[in-house]
Design a protein around this ligand. Structure first.
Ligand code: ZN
Ligand code: ZN
Length: 278
């Protein structure tokens, strides 16, 4: 049997860079915990690279205080959290303690540093704390983590995600339907402008109850043509069937007149009708 070359049976942890036995694991046990959290919190490869570069240079230390951080006890104020170097910017993250990251919150690092020093001077030397303009202060109603949903642009996005719960479910359905990109963009433009309102009737749509006649469905504006998709209710979608919008309204009018006045429903040639009944 051939012996493994001992110099080749070690490799470097992809996180901290320390020597680890060669195996399927690319990270040392400590860095593996961090990498799992980074992925779970949906940080981009770019952000992760930035984080690991810092860690390799300075160790698991808080970039706001230089303190050594803990990674196992999430109840500790010194628990390592991923701090956004610039508030709201997820592409540059650094390790910070839960406590100081919370204190920094929406401040830039230099703003935080300014206040720490100004407060200390105030406490010790009774100096007045001078106000400075804050780059990322947006008022108290939008906390550092709450961002607006990328879909409806109205509700708050789920923590660490792009969408609010309703839009998250909707994007999942849109993805599954495999609509072309322009059609998807048009759906979102519509939702942002009008909300979850039926394109044909203006009725509010139900996004939760699959059994509801008003459940939101995607309707091909022209039958089977995926280039323009509108949202409507299940019941209207069935009624519209293989009609174009214009044909649909034509027949609605014809039927309404028939019910109201007993007038004859006039036939017309349908642009997309292709069903064959035997
Ligand atoms: Zn490591
Ligand atoms: Zn939304």
């Amino acid at each position: 049997m051939k012996m493994l070359n001992p110099t080749r049976s070690y490799t470097q942890c992809r996180g901290c860079g320390k020597r680890i036995p060669l195996s399927n694991f690319k990270y040392c046990p400590d860095c593996a915990k961090l990498e799992i959290r980074l992925q779970y919190e949906l940080y981009s490869p770019e952000a992760r690279k930035y984080f690991w570069a810092y860690l390799r240079k300075y160790g698991r230390r808080c970039y706001l205080s230089g303190m050594a951080l803990v990674i196992d006890d999430y109840t500790s104020p010194w628990f390592l959290v991923f701090s956004h170097l610039n508030p709201g910017d997820k592409s540059r993250i650094l390790p910070a303690s839960a406590l100081f990251n919370g204190m920094k919150s929406f401040l830039l690092k230099k703003e935080f540093r300014y206040f720490v020093l100004a407060l200390d001077d105030h406490r010790r030397k009774h100096l007045k704390v001078k106000k400075i303009p804050l780059v990322d202060w947006h008022g108290l109603n939008l906390s550092k983590d709450s961002r607006v949903c990328d879909g409806c642009r109205q509700a708050a996005a789920l923590k660490g995600r792009k969408f609010c719960p309703r839009c998250a479910r909707l994007t999942h359905r849109i993805k599954r339907a495999r609509f072309p990109r322009e059609a998807i963009n048009a759906i979102w433009d519509y939702v942002r402008k009008y909300g979850f309102i039926c394109y044909y009737t203006g009725m509010p749509l139900d996004l939760d109850d699959l059994q509801s006649p008003w459940y939101l469905v995607f309707d091909h504006w022209n039958p089977r043509d995926p280039r323009k998709i509108v949202i409507t209710s299940a019941v209207i979608n069935i009624m519209k069937s293989d009609l174009t919008e214009e044909e649909f309204w034509y027949f609605i009018r014809q039927l309404a007149n028939y019910y109201r006045k007993g007038s004859v429903v006039r036939k017309r040639k349908l642009a997309f009708w292709s069903r064959q009944y035997r």
